[in-house]
Design a protein around this ligand. Structure first.
Ligand code: CUA
Length: 328
């Protein structure tokens, strides 16, 4: 007889936290269910009508009772709210040193890319004990990336990037599901997450043949699409230089500003007219239909690899510490 576990394995740092909250909710729910049904049966018997002429004693309320049964549930729901919100906020903020993996969902498969260039379908290999950040989008409809053992579930939405992260705590093989009904073969949009010992992961990484890192492939695409004709690195082109763009604040025509994150770069490739950089004309054509979502992710990674903005000329009275000078 195989075992029939009520809960999936706990294989990420969030798993025990999510389970503790679930147990708390269960205990509260069971306690009140028993209390309320018990009271119903007890009162039904205790205060049953004993004769045809019996009239019940009139009650005008009890302030103490009203306060007690308002304050206790209020306190309990506030505990649920703050507890849940604190896990939610931590689950939505990946740590800076997380390993970056890119995910594209489509009917009906998961396509995953590693920074080093490895691509996988319906399988993801990751190292044990390292935080992993997923940047995800969809080619068609809404999917949802769900790994029960990690207690991680995040919608994957066409037209935007969503992120999630987890830190595996146990080597093994875990189910990956699509948790958003996405058409005929939704139930087959499944796969495996392989959590490997770090040295095994390194061996796996160096084992598979790759055609360059994500950023290198992005650079190739950048050249094939002739982006470099306008986006010259020194800023002399008809379009803004992309060096130091990622993570910076961009000033737009009309005075607004935007932070150059993954979503902004994606939008600028697919809908260049949506946000025009101040000082430049709306001349860029759209690349919608010319670049796949995976291609866009490679381009994003290439733009990221162009590094942070070169440091501004140091002020005479505040020499920056640890900054090598004149190396560019
Ligand atoms: Cu994809 Cu359900």
């Amino acid at each position: 007889m195989g075992s029939f576990p009520l809960f999936p394995e706990q294989a990420s740092t969030f798993a025990p936290e999510v389970d503790h909250l679930t147990y708390f909710l269960l205990i509260v729910a069971v306690f009140f269910t028993v209390l309320i049904f018990g009271a119903i049966f007890y009162f039904a018997v205790r205060y049953r009508r004993r004769s045809e002429r019996e009239l019940p004693h009139v009650m005008h309320g009890g302030m103490a009772l009203e306060i007690v049964w308002s304050v206790i549930p209020f306190g309990l729901t506030m505990v649920m709210f703050t507890w849940g919100a604190s896990i939610f906020y931590r689950e939505s903020r990946p740590p800076d040193d997380a390993l970056s993996i890119y995910v594209v969902g489509k009917q009906w498969m998961w396509k995953l890319q590693h920074m080093e260039g490895q691509r996988e379908i319906n399988e993801l290999h990751i190292p044990l004990g390292r935080a992993v950040k997923l940047t995800m989008t969809s080619e068609d409809v809404i999917h949802s990336f769900f790994v029960p053992a990690f207690r991680t579930k995040q919608d994957v939405v066409p037209g935007r990037y969503s992120t999630t992260w987890f830190k595996p705590t146990k080597a093994g093989k875990y189910h990956l599901f699509c948790a958003e009904y996405c058409g005929t073969n939704h139930s087959r949009m499944i796969g495996w997450i392989h959590v490997m010992e770090p040295q095994d992961y390194q061996a796996w990484l160096s084992g598979g043949a790759t055609t360059g890192t994500l950023a290198e492939n992005g650079q190739k695409l950048f050249e094939d699409l002739a982006c470099a004709n306008c986006h010259k690195p020194d800023g002399s082109g008809r379009c803004p230089s992309l060096v130091g763009l990622f993570g910076s604040t961009v000033h737009l025509t009309g005075g607004a500003t935007v932070k150059a994150d993954e979503g902004y770069i994606r939008e600028s490739i697919l809908q260049p007219q949506a946000k025009i950089v101040a000082g430049y004309g709306p001349i860029m054509p759209t690349f919608q239909g010319l670049v796949t979502e995976e291609g866009v992710l490679q381009l994003v990674e290439y733009v990221k690899s162009l590094g942070p903005k070169p440091a501004p000329a140091p002020q005479a009275n505040t020499p920056p510490a640890n900054t090598p000078r004149g190396n560019r």
